[in-house]
Design a protein around this ligand. Structure first.
Ligand code: SAM
Length: 643
């Protein structure tokens, strides 16, 4: 029974599992845990734990029967696939010095995963690597993954990282369990069917080090009953830090699995007294109830996030509104974002009040040009600003998309704006205006600010802005920060070509770890002081990875923008200053061809270039520390924006 319903959110984290011991009566295991216990699935050993291939050669293999729990017929196919995760024998040690144990382990691992695949289980839980070396374990898992059907392999990793201050550097590196995960997944080349099941312990590492895991492919969190505290009623509860962590898991579709023995016998007994006959005697039910309580107590997803759920971590090509003509449904999406237009209206109002003193309000007419007017929402916002401030306007709406111009004409007619608004069907870079503008209003911004070529377009429009004229926006700045984003990395890698690794993507970032605060990259100011000022840019950035984060993997860079529309009116998506409830822009993501591992407290040095040619603008990027990457997108060979 799912933990609860959160409106709009159908993520996997609604389902809670329980880790069980081996029992060769699988129907009983399922009945007891699902129907009496109300868990959604079991993580159950498939094979008798006393089995060792080398010992049982004669008895078992001689008869051709491995000691699996029941035959495939004891459960229906849908029961196997929906309610059972196979727990691979925990005794296996594929990197043991003991050759017999090592070979037994390899054989058993392969037999068990093969059986799990035969049953169409969704996933198998692999035991945590024992010791510091996991090369042979990873080699065997990698072999399995090469021939695997859809089965997911969850590598069990204890959530431990020692406190940096109390350890010397060597032991920090050895004992941080992220390191063993990282080593394992590098050996398996970031295989998309290899993910993590985190074992949660009673003490938790620092918040920064926990944050790393939200960019990794964590599918499950195993909560041992030892983690639980006892509340005043004798029932299990979790510390505030554990509660926050579990909420983070819920928000990232990570499933909870309860494990261990009941250490709250009183709570189990109380539950028995009040529950019906079927739910009697499941000793872990109070823990499930508590996890359900945490789930149900979460705030419902805001409407905007519900709308954006389907876009999470989904790579999209950025728009090219200059080279291409936008479609009606794209304009429709823009126009739904009331917050954006409210900010523009505020900016225009302030500019009008500054430009026209009260005593001239009825006589003076301000020439305002909306360049890139689309279907007219900025024309409307400007006219509303005029009405609100009691100022008079003459408006030019300049738009190069002939299809949008059709709608603009219809709008002007419908609203009766014919005397105030002149529509110009032209590219702003080529239009010969008959008079100059007091105010130039535009919204040509991409997720990275200048990436939809606002600078180049406004260079062309500046010709018809008065010497003392105002540009709204007056400036915009791009921002970058390094991220762990294993899902995005794998999605880019799946294309198996260079082009996709050298392309920037628009993406609603969710399964990412932001490893250091974002930093400003390129700024453009309008109007330009000098016409000769180039739009090429170069910036070197140095990001410090906090020492308590531990090591982390950088899969690329998240990019944002912030625009100053006029004076203190801004609009943007940089996380620390983002305009609330605005949904017109997702972030941008610049991938790295090969992920780069950074150590705790180390500096990541990255270089970004904005390059301009006669027909296109493009970015190049590369890392120089702690190690060098190739320069990405040299000469714009893979990704560029057409002029
Ligand atoms: C991001 S849309 C914004 C549309 C509208 N202002 C809004 O807020 O919904 C940018 C618009 O600018 C237009 N545009 C881009 N470059 C242009 C240019 N050089 N000259 C004229 N229009 C341009 C595009 O066709 C598109 O309609």
């Amino acid at each position: 029974m799912p933990l609860g319903e959160r409106s709009g959110d159908k993520s996997e984290s609604r389902y809670c599992g329980v880790e069980t011991d081996f029992n060769d009566d699988m129907p009983h295991v399922l009945h007891f845990n699902l129907y009496s216990g109300s868990f959604d699935f079991v993580v159950a050993p498939l094979m008798d734990p006393s089995y060792r291939p080398s010992l049982m050669q004669k008895d078992v293999l001689g008869s051709g029967v491995l000691p699996f729990a029941g035959s495939d017929l004891v459960l229906s196919p849908s029961q196997w696939s929906s309610h059972v995760v196979g727990k691979i024998s925990s005794w296996i040690d594929l990197d043991s010095e003991d050759e017999t144990l090592r070979i037994d382990s390899e054989t058993t691992l392969k037999q068990e995963v093969a059986w799990a695949s035969h049953l169409s289980l969704q996933a198998c839980l692999l035991p945590a690597p024992k010791g510091t070396s996991c090369a042979n374990y990873a080699r065997c898992v990698n072999q399995i993954l090469q021939g695997a059907n859809n089965i997911q392999l969850w590598l069990r990793i204890p959530l431990v990282k020692p406190d940096v201050d109390s350890m010397d550097e060597k032991s920090v590196t050895l004992d941080d369990s992220w390191e063993s995960w990282n080593s394992f997944r590098l050996l398996c080349e970031h295989h998309s069917q290899l993910s993590v099941a985190l074992d949660i312990l009673s003490t938790l590492p620092s918040t920064n080090s926990l944050g790393r895991w939200f960019g990794e492919p964590v599918r499950a969190a195993i909560l041992n009953t030892d983690c639980f505290l006892t509340n005043s009623h004798g029932c299990p509860c979790l510390s505030k830090r554990h509660q926050r962590l579990i909420s983070g898991f819920f928000n990232h579709s990570i499933q909870i699995i309860i494990s261990g023995n009941s250490v709250h016998p009183k709570a189990s007994m109380d539950a028995n007294e009040t529950s019906d006959i079927n739910s009697q005697r499941h000793p872990l039910r109070p823990y499930l109830d508590y996890v359900g309580y945490l789930y149900q107590r979460m705030d419902p997803l805001p409407e905007q996030e519900r709308f954006e759920l389907g876009y999470r971590d989904f790579l999209q090509s950025p728009l090219q509104p200059l080279m291409d003509n936008l479609e009606a449904q794209t304009y429709e999406t823009f126009e739904k974002d009331a917050v954006k237009y409210v900010q523009y209206q505020r900016a225009v109002s302030k500019a009008l009040l500054d430009r026209v003193p009260d005593e001239e309000a009825s006589a003076k007419i301000i020439v305002l040009m909306v360049v890139g007017a689309g279907r007219g929402p900025l024309v409307r916002a400007s006219l509303q600003a005029a009405e609100e401030t009691g100022r008079r306007l003459k408006v030019y709406a300049v738009e190069k998309n002939p299809n949008a111009v059709v709608t603009l004409h219809a709008l002007v007619k419908l609203e009766g704006w014919e005397d105030i608004v002149t529509i110009v069907s032209s590219d702003m870079r080529h239009w010969n205006a008959t008079e100059k503008a007091d105010i130039l209003v535009s919204e040509l911004l991409g997720s990275f600010g200048d990436n939809e070529l606002s600078p180049e377009c406004l260079d062309g429009a500046q010709r018809f802005l008065k010497q003392d004229g105002i540009s709204i926006p007056s400036s915009y700045t791009s921002f970058l920060q390094p991220v762990t984003a294993s899902k995005l990395y794998n999605d880019v890698k799946a294309h198996k070509d260079l082009v996709h690794f050298e392309t920037a993507y628009v993406v609603k970032l969710h399964n990412v770890a932001r490893l250091s605060p974002s930093q400003p990259v390129f700024t453009f100011t309008h109007p330009k002081r000098s016409e000769n000022e180039s739009n090429q840019r170069y910036k070197k950035l140095s990001f410090e990875i906090p020492s308590d984060t531990g090591s982390a993997m950088i899969h690329g860079f998240a990019g944002y923008f912030d625009a100053t529309l006029y004076k203190d009116v801004h609009l943007g998506i940089e996380p620390s200053t983002a305009t609330p409830n605005m949904f017109s822009w997702f972030s941008i993501f610049f991938p790295l061809r090969a992920p780069i591992c950074v150590g705790p407290g180390s500096t990541l040095e990255v270089h970004f270039w904005r390059c301009c040619g006669s027909t296109k603008v493009w970015y190049e990027w590369g890392v120089t520390s702690p190690s060098s990457s190739p320069i990405h997108n040299s000469n714009g060979r893979s990704y560029w924006v057409g002029l």
